[in-house]
Ligand binder design. Structure first.
Ligand code: PHE
Length: 380
């Protein structure tokens, strides 16, 4: 399915990405090159665009303050179009052609999982701002993340469903092409079961699908109190509309993959009365978050979503690690990232644990009247 609203700006971004990449190597005396890869186009385009915005804001701040080790940071961006094979190809290019010393990305777990082995085998540190599937950092000692993982996020929604919403019979709709969705389905099923809930139906779809009526009709027959849909925003928005048309008015529940300004544009009022787990809230009143939201809004004209916030933190943390390493050698940067403790970010305080993950709190967000509202914070 095509999403016309994005076409022109996205094509432009794609073009810029390609031209800014030719040449490679960079000006080693004055610059430190960092790679970034993400979905600047495709059905998850807001993931890549928000991430790019967050990284740009962070890197410009670092450079304006004098850069790192007396050099400016330069980010080379590649569009993987939301495809795992392409993610692997562009990460190979960033490493072998551009000779970046570290990589930021991806958002979607399936794409990060495809590309992480390339970074690992080449000894280039990679930080994913937002991929939550546990297998990612298991790829090896060069792979890190600054977000929580799906076992926690699945627990958060199961607990919220059972204790706050007090629902008992839940149906699940899984994107079977998406490692993140498959993982969350498993965790939610286990955790909701432990809390006395029942999974009364399961159906599946694949990223890119546009017609969910068969699955929804079959779920409807089991009379669920809520439907857990741990997928990405484009499909979730579309299926929410179809669910409501079929008379399925129960709350929809989801994970961080819902987090996009496009969710309510695509889903419209059908998204109301739905909840998802997320990484931060732009309504947070701390000074740090208020400053970030203000600067982001001023520059990009919209409220930063969780991806923009995580990307900002990942880029700042990387710059901090390079400074602490005292060297732009990939191995030294790796060690400094691994030693990160108490880094204060807009998504919370980040300490990298022994598994190269970050233990952080999650927020529950409610969709109401076309807006995202903060409901509560759930800690580990
Ligand atoms: N956690 C999702 C994944 O691993 C990606 C995501 C993070 C999407 C945050 C939106 C917001 O696939």
């Amino acid at each position: 399915m095509k999403l016309p609203t994005f076409s022109s700006s996205v094509l432009l971004l794609g073009g810029l990405a390609i031209t800014s990449c030719s040449g490679g190597g960079g000006d080693a005396a004055n610059e430190i090159l960092i790679g970034e890869y993400g979905s600047l186009t495709g059905t998850t385009a807001t993931f890549g665009i928000s991430t790019k915005n967050g990284i740009d804001l962070a890197i410009d701040e670092v450079n304006a303050a004098g850069g790192v080790l007396g050099k400016q940071l330069r980010v080379i961006v590649e569009d993987d179009q939301g495809r795992p094979e392409e993610a692997q190809t562009v990460v190979t290019k960033l490493i072998t052609r551009d000779e970046v010393v570290a990589i930021l990305g991806e958002v979607a777990s399936s794409r990060t999982l495809a590309a992480a082995p390339v970074a690992q085998s080449n000894g280039i540190p990679m930080i994913t701002p937002s991929s939550t599937n546990p297998k990612i950092t298991e790829v090896g000692d060069y792979i890190f993340r600054v977000c929580f993982i799906d076992p926690f996020q699945g627990f958060v929604m199961a607990k919220f469903a059972a204790t706050t919403l007090k629902v008992r019979n839940v149906a699940i709709l899984t994107d079977v092409k998406n490692d993140h969705s498959v993982g969350l389905t498993q965790v939610f099923t286990e955790e909701f079961g432990k809390l006395g809930g029942r999974i009364v139906a399961r159906e599946s779809y694949s990223e890119g699908d546009t017609d969910f009526s068969a699955q929804l009709t079959s779920l409807r027959a089991r009379n669920p109190d809520a439907i857990y849909v741990p997928g990405y925003y484009t499909e979730v928005g579309l299926l929410a509309r179809q669910a409501r048309q079929l008379g399925l008015d129960v709350p929809l529940l989801g994970g961080d993959g819902w987090d996009s300004p496009r969710l309510t544009e695509i889903g419209g009022p059908a998204m109301n009365n739905s909840y998802f787990s997320s990484h931060y809230s732009p309504q947070d009143t701390s000074q740090l978050v208020r400053r970030f939201v203000g600067q982001y809004q001023e520059r990009f004209g919209e409220v930063p979503d969780g991806l923009a916030a995580l990307a900002y933190d990942a880029a700042k943390l990387l710059a901090d690690a390079i400074a602490r390493a005292g060297s732009a050698e990939p191995a030294a940067i790796r060690d400094a990232i691994a030693q990160t403790k108490g880094f204060v970010g807009v998504t919370g305080t980040i300490s990298i644990n022994a598994q190269r993950n970050a233990d952080k709190a999650a927020t529950v967000v409610r969709v109401a009247g076309g807006k995202l509202e903060f409901v509560e914070t759930i800690r580990q």
